[in-house]
Design a protein around this ligand. Structure first.
Ligand SMILES: Nc1ncnc2c1ncn2[C@@H]1O[C@H](COP(=O)(O)OP(=O)(O)OP(=O)(O)O)[C@@H](O)[C@H]1O
Ligand SMILES: [Mg+2]
Length: 255
């Protein structure tokens, strides 16, 4: 579905990513790991359409990726800036209001009732059905991330980009969120690309794990080489009643 060909990301004379070529299949759950500064967030920004790569192409279903982030791509960051002056319901509705009424971001009558129904259903699905009228300041970090996920999914994206979405959460809450995201991935037939620092999380959630790192390093000019995909592991997962069993298929040496 998503195809990156010989992608480079450079800031001035600093090379962050070099020669990234990837094909991402529809319905896959791709985890991305790698050291801090490797360019993981930069790669997500390029896929999101927030930034142009300095070289290379990205295609979605064979056509060049639209420059702006359309409704086909949703995103959740580590700390999402939900709007503090809007309730849970208001935050979720906003996405629909912008999509359906780009100039005023207001909906009226039957259109508004339908949007409220849709937002309520989405919030129930992420476990916020009883919190519709709370403000972000009244919610825990886990609840805010649930809201961020609802806000991203209400626009029905095909691709969900997650940048360390659970990084700031307690272990117990993280486990709940893992269950939630796995369920939403299946129910919505999403393609997910998730950056994480937690290797266990990368393997337990992903159907594929990519590692970004520098292949070469010039100690006199650290900016000279960018990171590339150094490991690309496809995981075969069989889901049964007992949970998920993983059987890693090593195909080291991506290029
Ligand atoms: N707009 C920018 N201008 C200049 N340099 C940038 C810009 N954005 C990112 N960089 C640099 O690109 C490199 C990669 O940054 P990026 O945020 O993508 O790394 P990361 O892998 O997400 O790191 P972390 O794990 O710490 O989040 C860093 O060295 C960063 O300083
Ligand atoms: Mg980052």
């Amino acid at each position: 579905m998503l195809s990156l060909k010989n992608l480079w990301v450079e800031y001035g004379d600093k090379i962050v990513l070099e020669r990234i070529s990837l094909d991402i299949a529809e319905g896959s759950f791709v985890s991305i790991i790698g050291p801090s500064g490797a360019g993981k967030s930069s790669l997500l920004r390029v896929i999101l359409g927030q930034e142009r790569p300095t070289r290379g192409t990205i295609t979605l279903d064979g056509a060049p990726l639209p420059a702006e982030c359309g409704p086909d791509r949703g995103v959740v960051f580590q700390r999402y800036s939900v709007f503090p002056h809007l309730t849970v319901l208001g935050n979720t509705l906003l996405g629909l209001e912008f999509a359906q009424s780009p100039f005023t971001a207001r909906l009226f009558g039957a259109q508004r009732r339908a949007a409220v129904g849709e937002a309520e259903a989405m919030l129930a699905s992420v476990g916020l059905g009883d919190s519709l009228h709370l403000y972000p300041a009244q919610m825990s970090g886990g609840m805010q991330q649930r809201l961020a996920i609802a806000q991203a999914l209400i626009k029905r994206p095909r691709i969900l980009l997650l940048d360390e979405p659970f990084g700031a959460l307690d272990p117990g809450i993280r486990a709940d969120m893992h269950g939630l995201i796995t369920r939403l991935w299946r129910e919505h037939g999403l393609t997910i690309i998730m950056v994480t620092h937690d290797i266990k999380e990368a393997f337990s959630l992903g159907t594929r794990v990519l590692t970004l790192d520098k292949r070469r390093h010039d100690p006199h000019a650290p900016h000279r080489y960018g990171a590339a995909v150094v490991y690309d592991l496809a995981l075969r997962k069989s889901v049964d009643e007992a949970g998920i069993t993983i059987d890693a298929n090593h195909n080291n040496g991506h290029e």
